[in-house]
Ligand binder design. Sequence first.
Ligand code: FE
Length: 184
Amino acid sequence: MTRAEFMEKIASLFATRGGRMYGGEAVTQREHALQGALLAERSGATSADIAAVLLHDVGHLLHNLGDDCADHGIDDRHEELGLRFLAKHLPPEVTEPVRLHVQAKRYLCAADPGYFGTLSPPSVLSLKLQGGPMTPAEVAAFEANPHHRAAVALRKRDDEAKVPNLPTPPFDHYRPHLEACFVG
Ligand code: FE
C-alpha cells in the first residue's frame, strides 16, 4: 500500500465505522480516538505518540463482533488486529504502544495502587477478560520493553478520552502526524 492508499484506508475506516460506540462508554470510536489525539497534542507529544493514540483502537474497526462483545464475554483482541494491520506501514514507535496498550492497563493495575479505582465500569469488565492485573514477573517483562513508557502514556490518554460531546479537531487535522510516521 502506498502512503496515499494507507491514509485513504484509515480515513475511510474512521468515516464508515468510526460512529460505532466505544464499548459501553458514552462516546463513539471516532470521538474516543480524536479525544486521545487531542490530549497527546496538547501535552506536546511526538507525531508517533499522536498517531499511536489515534490508531490504538483501530482493531475495533476491523472486525464485526459488535460494539458490546465484552458484555458477552468475548475479548476481541483488538490490539492484535490493529497491530497486524498497522505494522506493515508504521514504525515500532507507533505500533509497540498500540500493541501494549491493553497490557499497560494490566501493568498499571499492578504497579500503581491508585490506578484501578480510576477505571470505568466497562474497563473493569474488559480487564477481567484480558487477564487481570499483571504478576510481578509480567511487570518486570513489561518494564524491559523500550516502548513501555510510551504505552503507559497512551493508556492514560486512552482512559481519559471518554468525555461525552467534547469538541475536538476532525480526523484530517491529525493526518500530517500519520503521514510523517508512514514507513511504506
Ligand atoms: Fe481505547
